[in-house]
Ligand binder design. Structure first.
Ligand code: 1GP
Length: 253
């Protein structure tokens, strides 16, 4: 359980991680190797591969390229049980605990379980919480669920607590890809306060300020996708923010 122990070790030492979300539809395979090498030099910790909808099914190709050009783990971020590739290093087995759609709480998991067992892929059981972000995101539409209102940190905190009590090992607060507003700091802090498990935060983090705010509020892993697709300079900037945050917290202890 390589990734699990890496994440719990970092959580214990209060070290933050930077994950880059790769949408298989948006990756240009021609320029991908150069991008991957840059990500490796900058110290990206994880690649999340996936999304709600994948039209060009290139997950395997993407993961293969990640493995050829870097040693960065490729973690599946599946939109459904169709989005499984056994070449991945791990999978975020997402249970959409902010919603009340049984298919995404347990149904898809039942379908995926034997495939996952056979693949031997590392499973990271994750409580996935969608947060209202100002507009209807693809994930909210596709999942047919209501996101948590952005001004209700208490709802997120109770949801995360329940998820942790049920045994989920990770929490993911997501404003959705391309969100107008990221997950509010108050909500991140509220979840952090009541849970022990590593907390992943993403959606709409498109500046170093937003990245820093999420880290400061208590995110263990920040996820950036869209922001980097639109502005490639954001990758080194956020990587630097995470590194300096880690260096700073080290200096304080
Ligand atoms: C979405 O958390 C991820 O599920 C990342 O979102 O693409 O807005 O960075 P962005």
């Amino acid at each position: 359980k390589k990734i699990a122990s890496l994440l719990s070790d970092k959580r214990r030492r209060q070290k933050k991680s930077f994950a880059v979300l790769l949408d298989p539809d948006k990756v240009d395979l021609a320029t991908f190797p150069a991008f991957l090498r840059q990500a490796a030099t900058q110290g990206v910790d994880f690649f999340f591969v996936g999304g709600s909808l994948i039209m060009n099914y290139a997950i395997d190709q993407l993961i293969e390229a990640i493995h050829v050009h870097t040693t960065i783990p490729a973690i599946l971020f599946p939109g459904s049980s169709l989005h499984i590739a056994s070449s991945a290093d791990a999978i975020l087995l997402l249970s959409l605990i902010s919603g009340r759609n049984p298919d995404l709480l347990i149904g898809q998991h039942v379908i995926a379980a034997p495939v996952l067992r056979k693949s031997g892929i590392e499973v990271l059981p994750t409580g996935y919480m969608l947060v209202e972000s100002g507009k209807l995101t693809t994930v909210s539409y596709i999942s047919n669920t209501l996101p948590i209102p952005h001004d209700k940190p208490g709802v997120a905190a109770c949801t995360a607590m329940a998820g942790e009590m049920l045994g989920l090992g990770y929490m993911y607060l997501d404003a959705g890809s391309g969100a107008q507003q990221p997950v509010p700091a108050a909500m991140i802090a509220a979840v952090r306060e009541v849970t022990e498990v590593p907390l992943i935060v993403g959606g709409g983090i498109n500046s170093t300020d937003k990245a820093y705010a999420a880290l400061e509020a208590g995110a263990d892993v920040i996820v950036v996708g869209n922001g980097i697709e639109h502005n490639s300079a954001l990758l080194p900037e956020v990587a630097y923010a995470v590194k300096s945050f880690n260096a700073q917290s080290e200096a304080l202890t």
